[in-house]
Write a protein that binds this ligand. Structure first.
Ligand SMILES: [Zn+2]
Length: 289
């Protein structure tokens, strides 16, 4: 239930890069650790800090494409370039280590790479949601676990954005952007009734399967949805979109315990995406009759 999609494309070029391990060793390390091996210039490490640099190993994915040669990353070692725009957002872009070296570049926003590959998968998860009770003395707010379909998405496999908050310190600007677009952690969902839409969703029948589409934060994603989950989405009036910057949605969708742990740690930002007509209060999640 995973789909990866390459969106736009631009190109960028240059030179080289190398690290200490042999290519075979690096490939083995990738397969064992589930992360890509990155070459990152000391200049970038110093400016952004080790916590941010360490996190990058999980931000890029093998299905991402190199902006220099357009080939998939696979398990090849990568190098990371840092492009700082005029408002202080630093876009970190991965290339094959053999296609471009790791450097820090100050650029105008119009010159930043545009290519983004995403991957998404659908599962269902039970989360505590704010509810409004309507039965006699129970009238009033409450919280109750409800099962909802969730489209998990890693929105970019070859680039990520950070915001420098001091020398050697940076924060995840991608997640900040999704927060500003209406995504929130699970705690906010348990406190908010009714859920405020962060996007919209729709179902599409395609060649005997059903696809779940979501448009949110200026992006559009889709993935196959199992029929029981599609029925559940219709009953609930919508689905959750879960944005995660450093995990494989496909793996997460098949491991409920792992997903629940990631959500509890605030690593997944959640957004309610109603289906057409999903704002009908009679089937809105959270209302108990
Ligand atoms: Zn390349």
């Amino acid at each position: 239930m995973t789909v990866a999609m390459r969106l736009a494309a631009t190109a960028s070029l240059p030179l080289m890069a190398s690290t200490g391990l042999s290519r075979l060793d690096k490939a083995a390390e990738v397969l064992v650790a589930g992360v890509l091996v990155l070459d990152i210039a000391d200049d970038i490490r110093l400016r952004l800090g080790e916590p941010t640099v360490t996190a990058l190993a999980h931000r890029f994915g093998p299905e991402g494409r190199c902006l220099s040669c357009s080939g998939r990353f696979g398990v090849a070692p990568l190098s990371v370039r840092a492009y700082r725009d005029h408002v202080g957002i630093i876009t970190l872009v991965a290339y094959h280590a053999g296609c471009a070296g790791s450097v820090w570049v100050d650029v105008g926003p119009e010159t930043l790479p545009r290519q983004e590959t995403w991957t998404a998968a659908v599962t269902s998860i039970s989360l505590p949601l704010a509810v409004r009770r309507w039965l006699g003395r129970l009238r009033g707010p409450g919280v109750r676990d409800q099962l909802l379909p969730i489209l998990l998405v890693h929105p970019s496999l070859e680039m990520t954005r950070v915001r420098q908050v001091g020398f050697g310190e940076a924060v995840n600007a991608d997640m900040e952007g999704y927060s500003q677009a209406g995504f929130a952690d699970a705690g906010a969902l348990a406190r908010t009734y009714p859920l405020r839409p962060a996007g919209r969703a729709w179902l599409q029948a395609s060649r005997g399967a059903v696809l779940l589409h979501v448009r949110a934060a200026g992006r559009a994603w889709f993935a196959p949805i199992p029929r029981p989950a599609a029925v559940l989405a219709t009953a609930r009036g919508g689905i959750l979109a879960g944005v995660i910057c450093d995990r494989d949605p496909g793996r997460l969708a098949t491991d409920t315990g792992h997903l629940e742990h990631a959500i509890a740690k605030g690593e997944v930002l959640l957004g309610w995406a109603p289906l057409p007509g999903g704002q009908d209060e009679r089937r809105e999640p959270g209302r108990l009759c």
